[in-house]
Design a protein around this ligand. Structure first.
Ligand code: SAM
Length: 379
């Protein structure tokens, strides 16, 4: 089994949940941002579908300080039998060990029998753009050195990272965008799909501009998207047509995106994975009055929608329910959650601690509570 180190981004809970859903083995934390796992799963293959994992490194060795330099020099020489120019990178965690490792970094450049084209030392997770530059070179290598025990040094080599170019294309470079409906970041769409039970059939019944639909297609799912706004159906179609030209292996039929109001019946038994509807867009930071209003509106909408979902035999619904942050406290949509649960679905306790799992970004007015609703009679 290979030991891997996984660098996670800002959405820690969700990043851990998606890894737990996709890997059989137990996952441990090395630090707040770095997890490790020993697994037979090919982590390189998994990288592109992980919304919360910034990069993945494999363990090379665990050595005392005095062996680091020799090990890395031998490793780089063995990696480059043709003695071509090599591109190197090096990251140190935690930052306080940087000074101590600087001579190793310099020596590495000087003590290999070929030229080092470019080398950068970073105190923390290297920027993905930098890493992309390293990996795009013919012979390249990025080391990550960890010393959290204060004794041994864990030497690792990066094997993969998220592609900034690919996410940019799937996010703000797609043609149909609508700030008012608030588009889902593709990374969150991936995490929602990953934490849901691994069904090959997915329906986004509030598809908006089609972000989640496209991410599910990229994962090879059979996917449907619908919305009650004709403009949104058009936007989804436009975005998916654009994106599939860039990602050629995506299977798509126009009739899979259609007009539908969730308060009306529809016989589709696919599991729903959706950002859902978050209520009216807010101009200002929310207050208790708005919370009540949104909770009323969503409770009425979801009561009807979930009774149809239940009648169609849908087993699971993964949804973002808005969560307001008022007076430094998280306020959940109590009525909405209660009315969904009255319709035959249980809210899954994702971390087993009765705490909501929250997706939030700085300066956001409305946070999202990440919810999985499991049909009661299938448990
Ligand atoms: C937050 S947006 C979804 C945005 C989408 N995830 C994206 O990435 O573009 C919510 C969507 O729900 C749709 N919607 C609201 N009420 C609906 C209903 N009753 N039936 C179907 N769609 C509805 C809206 O038109 C809107 O596109």
């Amino acid at each position: 089994m290979q030991k891997y180190y996984i660098f996670i981004g800002g959405q820690k809970d969700l990043s851990i949940l998606e890894l737990q859903a996709l890997l059989k083995e137990e996952i441990f934390a090395l630090s707040e941002d770095i997890l490790w796992v020993e697994t037979e799963t090919d982590m390189l293959k998994l990288q592109d579908r992980l919304g919360g994992t910034i990069k993945i490194a494999k363990e090379l060795a665990v050595v005392p300080f005095e062996s680091i330099e020799g090990f890395l020099i031998d490793y780089v020489i063995e990696k480059n039998p043709e003695r071509k120019k090599i591109t190197l990178g090096m990251n140190i965690h935690p930052e306080k060990y940087m000074k101590e490792l600087f001579p190793t970094y310099s020596s590495l450049k000087q003590n290999v029998p070929f030229s080092v084209r470019w080398c950068q030392m970073k105190k923390n997770i290297s920027s993905l753009v930098t890493f992309d530059q390293i990996m795009s070179k013919e012979v390249s290598c990025e080391f990550n050195i960890f010393c959290f025990s204060g004794v041994d040094y864990i030497l690792t080599e990066t094997i993969s990272c998220q592609s900034p170019k690919s996410y940019a294309l799937r996010d703000y470079e797609k043609p149909a965008r609508d700030g008012k409906v608030g588009m889902l970041p593709p990374k969150l769409a991936q995490m929602l799909i990953n934490i849901s039970d691994n069904s090959p059939y997915v329906w986004d019944s509030f598809c908006g501009t089609g972000t989640l639909v496209f991410e599910a297609m990229l994962m090879g799912k059979t996917v449907l998207g619908s919305d009650y706004s004709v403009d949104m159906v058009k936007a989804s179609l436009q975005n998916i047509s654009f994106l599939r030209k860039k990602f050629s292996d995506v299977d798509f039929k126009e009739e899979d995106i259609f007009f539908h109001d969730v308060t009306e019946k529809e016989e589709i038994p696919y599991n729903i994975i959706s950002e859902g509807y978050l209520g009216e867009a807010l101009q200002d930071m929310p207050n208790y009055e708005q919370l009540e209003k949104t909770d009323e509106e969503l409770s009425a909408l979801y009561k009807q929608a979930f009774s149809h979902f239940y009648a169609s035999g849908i087993k699971q619904v993964t949804l973002c329910v808005p969560l307001y942050y008022i007076e430094e406290k998280n306020e959940i949509m109590k009525k909405t959650l209660a009315s969904i649960q009255k319709s035959g679905y249980n809210l899954r306790d994702l971390f087993g601690n009765n705490e909501p799992v929250i997706y939030s970004r700085p300066h956001q007015k409305v946070f999202r509570q990440i919810c999985i609703f499991d049909r009661r009679d299938t448990k």
